[in-house]
Design a protein. Structure first.
Length: 253
């Protein structure tokens, strides 16, 4: 039998991880750095945490920078800084976002302000970041965008109706942008269920474990589980674009 030729992995030379001070962002930055990428760790307010993430990354050339995804000026400044440091960008990981838990049946509690903020941070912000970084990504090599979505977009169950609606919009945006940005840039959504991080305020590990008991794979998703899916999209799925990848222990079933 002839030997199977193993292709060289398309590891991004440079990557921006927004929300890099959070659990999924930190894990993704660590995975990509370990593969040889230079990482820009984006943060909103937790500069000290982002700098700690940078110090813990393998390799060299990493740095932290403020990317407030609800502030167009901040995004523009970040794009300029990355252009100066890297010259181009091979991977954009849109991991920034936030949620305000509101019971689904309490429509009055889901105020316009809460709804607008959910859309701003989980849909408009990622789009604005993509728009600003597009020129650098088009200069990159085998460039990829990975949006961190949520299985709530598919199941209709999540921290709030506004959050799941915004993530549904993000998945639709992923599919549309995969067409618009091809062939230079591939676009994916990675869609986790409840991840063992502090992303959802006041959610406990016990709550996650009770939910996991009802899932086909019966375990709680970790930030590194999501990071491995992100790196698979960036590095391995070089003939794919415009797809939503569940990382949810089978919850979508």
């Amino acid at each position: 039998m002839p030997l199977i030729e193993v292709p060289t992995l398309a590891v991004p030379r440079t990557a921006l991880v927004t929300g890099g001070s959070g659990g999924i962002g930190r894990a993704t930055a660590a995975r990509l750095a370990a593969m040889g990428s230079r990482i820009a760790v984006g943060y909103n307010s937790r500069r000290d945490v982002a700098e700690d993430v940078v110090r813990g990354l393998q390799g060299s050339g990493h740095f932290s920078l403020r990317v407030a995804i609800d502030d167009p000026a901040s995004i523009a400044e970040a794009a300029a800084s990355i252009g100066e440091r890297f010259g181009s960008l091979d991977a954009l990981i849109n991991s920034g976002g936030a949620t305000t838990p509101v019971p689904a049946n309490d429509l009055d509690a889901l105020t316009d302000d809460i709804f607008d903020r959910a859309v701003m941070l989980n849909l408009r912000g990622p789009f604005a970041t993509i728009r600003a970084l597009r020129p650098l990504l088009e200069r990159g090599d085998n460039s990829v965008i990975v949006n961190i979505s949520s299985i709530a977009a598919r199941t209709g169950l999540g921290s709030s109706l506004a959050y799941l609606a915004a993530k549904g919009g993000l998945d639709s945006l992923t599919i549309a942008l995969a067409k618009v940005l091809a062939p230079k840039i591939r676009v994916f959504s990675v869609s986790p269920a409840g991840v063992d991080t502090d992303f959802v305020p006041h959610r406990t590990r016990e709550q996650l474990e009770k939910t996991a008991e009802r899932l086909p794979l019966g375990r709680v998703t970790t930030a590194d589980d999501v990071a491995r899916a992100v790196t698979a999209c960036a590095v391995n799925l070089t003939s794919s674009t415009g797809i939503v990848v569940p990382v949810d222990e089978g919850r979508h079933l």
